[in-house]
Design a protein around this ligand. Structure first.
Ligand SMILES: Cc1ncc(COP(=O)(O)O)c(C=O)c1O
Length: 412
């Protein structure tokens, strides 16, 4: 679905003309469509027919509180990777029993926070983490539900930096004997409760083969655990479904879920998924203004500190004009004001533009604002939610004073 389209020659999000947003809220700004977020989340929730399930939105992809609330109301749980994300989802009223805690480096405080909050499960990523969780659970005399994240040694394709399920990647446990031994250990432990197995093989995945192979590996392990009287409540196949940034044709959530339901037909465990990008990416754009034109450069007021993906992964984002013009198309490198040659948002973008024009960087909802920084002492952009013909600020633009707020001049 796409709620960004031209109406009377001007790009709209739902019923709001993006050129009006500049006057109201300035640029650069992240602009999200409530309808798209809702429909993308429901595409997961409503695609299941007969398998017990839970779709846990990967908060890391887009963590604004208003957006999380929309996703919660659509019926999703949450996949979190830090105490900060736990704090966010609890603050919007997420049910603890719909929260999965992933990540390779959970601190003692974060583990304690998770146990005290009564989350559904910790996805354990190493032997040391398992012992740490046990020790904390013993100390506070409160059992900790855990699942072991396996590393299935599957290459999901895609960029090296977002592929996570190969043997050399830092995620999960790749030795299946060790996984079995840790599950047996947890089964005997007073305060560990082994409830599942998990894996997540990567991001921006464009075919279903890796998911199916992961399911097979997880089934094999779960079946072996039954021999030791270990019955699992759920099997978590992670997130990772890709989206169309350029010309890719990714499978839909329904395609993924139909194939998985087929596989889960005779299983008793609940199926958990952790989608991020496929819910958040196409729901957001970055609205930015052309400040200067020089040679083939469009120097805009957004930069790598606002949207890091092009600099970090050479990721492609389509860009387009807010005013629909195509008479004088030229190829442009869209760059920001940050003092790095890697500061670009798009290369060779075909646009008909002048200074002061507005353009948008598309598909910026996922891994966009969440990766923003204050590099070059640039205040972070505001975030705007469009709901029908209404635009609402859901995160204020940072001010120059905000930049100094946490600092103090020593000896002053
Ligand atoms: C453990 C885990 N689950 C889910 C996701 C979400 O992936 P995606 O946004 O590609 O769906 C990630 C992303 O890195 C992840 O690390």
């Amino acid at each position: 679905m796409n709620t960004f389209k031209y109406i009377d020659g001007s790009l709209h999000c739902e019923g709001v003309d993006l050129s009006v947003l500049e006057e109201k809220h300035g640029t650069p700004s992240y602009v999200y469509s409530k309808k798209t977020i809702e429909e993308n989340a429901k595409a997961y929730v409503n695609s299941f027919t007969n398998t017990r399930n839970l779709a846990c939105f990967a908060v890391k992809s887009l963590s604004n509180l208003s957006i999380l609330k929309i996703i919660k109301d659509a019926g999703c749980g949450f996949d979190i990777v830090s105490g900060g994300e736990l704090h966010r989802v609890l603050s919007i009223g997420a049910e603890p029993k719909k929260i999965i805690f992933s990540g390779v480096g959970k601190t003692k405080n974060e583990i304690q926070q998770g146990i005290n909050s009564g989350i559904l499960s910790f996805n354990v990523e190493s032997e040391s983490e398992l012992y740490r969780i046990e020790k904390i659970a013993d100390d506070i005399e409160s059992p900790a539900p855990i699942s072991i994240r396996i590393n299935p040694d599957i290459d999901s394709g895609g960029h090296d930096y977002i592929t996570t399920g190969r043997k050399g990647d830092k995620f999960g446990i790749s030795d299946t004997r060790k996984v079995i031994d840790l599950c047996k250990y947890a089964h005997q432990s007073k305060n560990l409760k082994i409830v599942g197995l998990a894996c997540h093989i990567g991001s921006q995945i464009l075919d279903l083969d890796g998911f199916m192979k992961s399911a097979d590996k997880i089934f094999e392990l779960a079946d072996e655990l039954e021999n030791f009287d270990i019955s699992l409540e759920f099997l978590d196949l992670g997130g990772g479904l890709g989206i169309s940034y350029e010309n890719e044709v990714p499978p839909s959530p329904l395609d993924l879920i139909s194939c998985l339901e087929d596989k889960f037909k005779n299983r008793k465990e609940r199926l958990i998924l952790e989608p991020g990008r496929s819910i958040s990416a196409n729901a957001g754009v970055l609205l930015t203004k052309v400040e200067y034109i020089k040679d083939n450069f469009l120097i805009v007021d957004a930069a790598m500190n606002d949207l890091l993906r092009p600099s970090l992964y050479k990721a492609h984002h389509d860009v387009c004009n807010v005013k629909d013009k195509k008479d004088n198309l030229k190829k442009w490198n869209v760059v920001g004001p940050v003092c790095e040659s890697s500061d670009f948002l798009a290369k060779n973008a075909s646009l008909d533009v002048h200074e002061d024009d507005l353009i948008v960087v598309k598909n910026a909802g996922a891994y966009g604002f969440v990766m923003a920084s204050n590099y070059n002492s640039r205040p972070k952009a505001c975030e705007i939610l469009i709901d029908g013909d209404q635009s609402k600020i859901i995160r204020q633009r940072e001010t120059l004073d905000d930049l100094l707020e946490k600092e103090k001049i020593e000896n002053d």
